[in-house]
Write a protein that binds this ligand. Structure first.
Ligand code: G
Ligand code: G
Ligand code: MN
Length: 565
């Protein structure tokens, strides 16, 4: 923040010395006028200097006081003419005194008003008006003053962020002052029920920031448990009791190392994450993971450039028809080779991108590359490859997503049946109603749709039957331990039966061993994908692989299977 000149502080600091100087000046003016020998002339006007000074430093009252004092000093005791000893008329000095006081008052009033507004602006810059709480700027300043704690101490400073997840809903239905009132009520409860060394601030319209300095883990646990209880209560707004979905995120630190401004960002991020995952969250900031927020945001910032600079590429993992061992398609998986950070694993940037507005560009890139590759293979004699691309439900939030996909098919001259879109189970089911129509538009164009990571979320069987989904991809977690793990076997078997009953096919992901492959073959799993057949490889490597095995990657004969390569 830019520090501006603060009249109020300056006044307070200088008041003692100013008082001395002013009185001295009054005396000097008296002496000066007396020495000049006559009050008739202009010299008496010099008295305005101490009057104005006093008004600036002490306000209207100071101005009037020195006005009167100055008037009296130059008043009855000061002769009109020191040589002749002629005295002043009373009206003369009384009028002058009144005038001095008036000027003192006017200047003092102006000075007081300025100070009042400076104080107000200063307060507003550091506080939230509706709740009167310190704002994020002041909170950040307070954080910067937290003392360092030893690394091995069991105490930390805790920065808690607390957000209302359904704030938009509340604001739309009850107006924005509902949020102000709820937060004020919450602050009241926190002050009553939690330790009183907490410093509470408002960091966004829907969230509070709380500083709990120097606390050990046990006390902090108790505090978060109490906070959880408090957050479950309904909050009063006018005569109503409103339910707020509130989540908190907590940042623990031993010492303040970051540049100012970054802690509020960290708190906001943990709150957002807590809201998104619908669970309270605690993270620890030590020296080693200090840069995580910044790095994440920076990565996102670089992603657009990375797409243009060709740092992103697609790798392809073959999918194999279980019974014959023939390659029927590939899953396109994104890889980022960063010029300084090296290979960045997809889990480091994809989930963040999927939640950001960059998701449409990322998916556009993936589909564009995959279709270009498909067309190229088709031309080079590797025909009938269905390329699947992972998409996010957030893609559907862009209203032109389906049109864009259809245009891309058209642009590359690829038939819709050679493009498969994989959507994770959890995300698909969460927002199904909104996206159903779009799924049908895609499937009407011949595009294959599949549910990814099946078994990790909760699918509605009703939707599963109704949706134009062709494939169910069983999550790796259930495949990796086949055939040893009985539970996995039950789940896989049940899923396959159910999918077949619904007229859908099953893909097993994460097939790493011959034993798993054999098991899947005997349970009528339709397609397998995994390291046993091949890891994800570059387009060129895939071409070589395909040609070497003539499209048959595994030996499909029942009971005698073996990798052909
Ligand atoms: O190889 P693997 O580490 O590639 O992939 C990790 C995760 O990233 C998987 O869950 C996969 O679905 C996802 N992923 C890989 N490539 C893409 C992509 O192009 N788009 C999207 N949305 N997700 C991808
Ligand atoms: O979520 P999705 O199914 O899109 O993710 C595919 C992920 O699984 C990719 O990260 C890919 O590299 C990885 N993968 C592919 N085959 C295997 C395998 O056989 N074993 C393991 N552990 N991972 C695999
Ligand atoms: Mn996938």
């Amino acid at each position: 923040m830019i520090e501006t000149f603060d009249l109020d502080e300056w006044r307070k600091k200088k008041q003692y010395s100013a008082a001395g100087v002013i009185l001295l000046m009054v005396a000097i003016v008296y002496w000066f006028v007396y020495e000049r020998g006559e009050i008739k002339y202009v010299f008496s006007h010099t008295m305005y200097v101490p009057i104005v000074l006093s008004a600036i430093f002490f306000g209207a009252r100071g101005g009037i006081l020195i006005g009167i004092l100055g008037g009296l000093v130059l008043g009855p005791l000061m002769p009109m003419d020191t040589i002749t000893g002629e005295m002043q008329n009373t009206v003369n000095w009384v009028y002058r005194t009144a005038f001095f006081s008036l000027i003192g008052f006017i200047v003092g009033f102006a000075s007081d008003t300025t100070v009042f507004y400076i104080k107000k602006i200063k307060w507003l810059a550091h506080h939230d008006k509706p709740t009167g709480l310190p704002n994020s700027l002041l909170m950040e300043k307070i954080i910067q003053t937290l003392p360092d704690l030893p690394e091995d101490s069991d105490e930390s400073h805790y920065l808690i962020g607390l957000g209302i997840a359904n704030a938009v809903e509340i604001r739309m239905n009850f107006g924005s002052n509902a949020i102000d009132q709820i937060l004020s009520a919450l602050v009241g409860i926190i002050r009553n029920e939690l330790p009183d060394n907490l410093l509470i601030c408002r960091i966004h319209y829907n969230s509070l920031g709380i500083i709990q300095p120097k606390t050990n883990k046990i006390d902090m646990k108790r505090l978060t448990q109490n906070l959880e209880k408090i957050l479950k209560k309904p909050f009063a707004f006018d005569d109503l009791h409103l339910h707020c979905d509130m989540y908190f995120g907590c940042v623990a630190l031993k010492r303040v190392i970051d540049e100012p401004g970054t802690y509020i960002e960290k708190i906001s991020n943990t709150v957002s994450e807590a809201i998104q995952k619908k669970q309270h969250k605690i993270i620890f900031i030590g020296r080693e993971n200090n840069g995580w927020v910044r790095e994440n945001i920076q990565l996102l910032g670089e992603l657009k450039h990375a797409i243009e600079a060709g740092e992103l590429t697609m790798h392809y993992q073959p999918k194999v028809i279980t019974q014959t061992g023939h390659i029927c398609g590939v899953e396109a998986l994104m890889r980022w080779h960063h010029p300084t950070l090296g290979n960045i694993p997809p889990d480091r940037f994809i989930p963040r991108t999927e939640d950001s507005t960059l998701v449409d560009q990322l998916t556009y890139f993936a589909i564009d590359q995959a279709l270009r590759q498909q067309a190229k293979w088709e031309k080079n004699g590797i025909s009938g490859m269905c390329v699947s691309v992972n998409i996010s439900v957030n893609n559907f939030k862009y209203h032109d997503f389906t049109d864009t996909v259809l245009q891309l098919l058209d642009h590359h001259g690829v038939n819709g049946k050679y493009l498969e879109l994989e959507i994770t189970e959890t995300l698909l089911m969460e927002e199904i109603e909104r996206n159903i129509e779009k799924l049908f538009t895609l499937s009407d164009a011949g595009i294959i749709l599949s549910i990814d990571d099946f078994g990790t979320g909760y699918s509605s069987l009703q939707y599963l039957a109704k949706l134009p989904i062709s494939f169910i991809k069983i999550d790796q977690a259930f495949i990796l331990n086949l055939p040893a793990d009985t539970k996995s076997k039950h789940i896989v078997q049940t899923t396959i039966n159910m999918a077949h009953d619904l007229g859908k096919e099953v893909v097993a992901e994460g097939v790493e061993t011959k034993a798993a492959y054999d098991y899947l073959k005997n349970t009528d799993c339709d397609i397998v994908q995994g390291y046993y057949a091949s890891p994800p490889v570059t387009a060129g490597e895939f071409e070589n692989l395909y040609r070497q095995c003539n499209g048959q990657l595994l030996n499909g004969a029942r009971g005698t299977s073996q990798r052909i390569q």
